[in-house]
Write a protein of this length. Structure first.
Length: 130
């Protein structure tokens, strides 16, 4: 199960949202974090548009470190538990302030340090060792 993404890089390498992609489509989208090829899913009935990683087109970085491909195990358990009550529950990516102990960068957003190409060494900023 891959988490839905609502952001991607378009064919020109510009960050674009799924709703923008609906009105101005490109033939190729890639993940803004790992560079893997994404499949675009247009808006359908009650579901807004989104991007999905394709298992056959994952980069090595995407396979190992992308938070959309490898959600945190605790989060997956929560999603499965929630789906017992709400059948269409979708994962929520935690966006907060992070500190990467690998390179020393502080950043905001998903747990993924762009400089290191991984989120494995990142901790929530107030929990980060000093």
């Amino acid at each position: 199960m891959y988490a839905k993404s609502f952001l991607a890089l378009d064919g020109n390498g510009r960050l674009t949202g799924a709703r923008t992609a609906q009105t101005a489509p490109y033939d190729r989208y890639t993940c803004h974090l790992c560079g893997s090829v994404l499949q675009y899913h247009p808006e359908y009935i009650n579901e807004r548009p989104w991007f999905e990683h394709r298992p056959d087109d994952l980069t090595e970085n995407g396979r190992q470190h992308c938070p959309y491909v490898n959600p945190v195990e605790k989060e997956v358990r929560r999603i499965l538990k929630l789906r017992r009550y709400v059948a269409d529950a979708q994962p929520v990516i935690l966006r907060t302030d992070w500190h990467c102990s690998g390179c020393g960068n502080n950043y905001h957003g998903e747990r993924y340090c762009v400089a290191c190409g991984t989120g494995d060494l990142s901790h929530i900023l107030e929990e980060a060792p000093r």
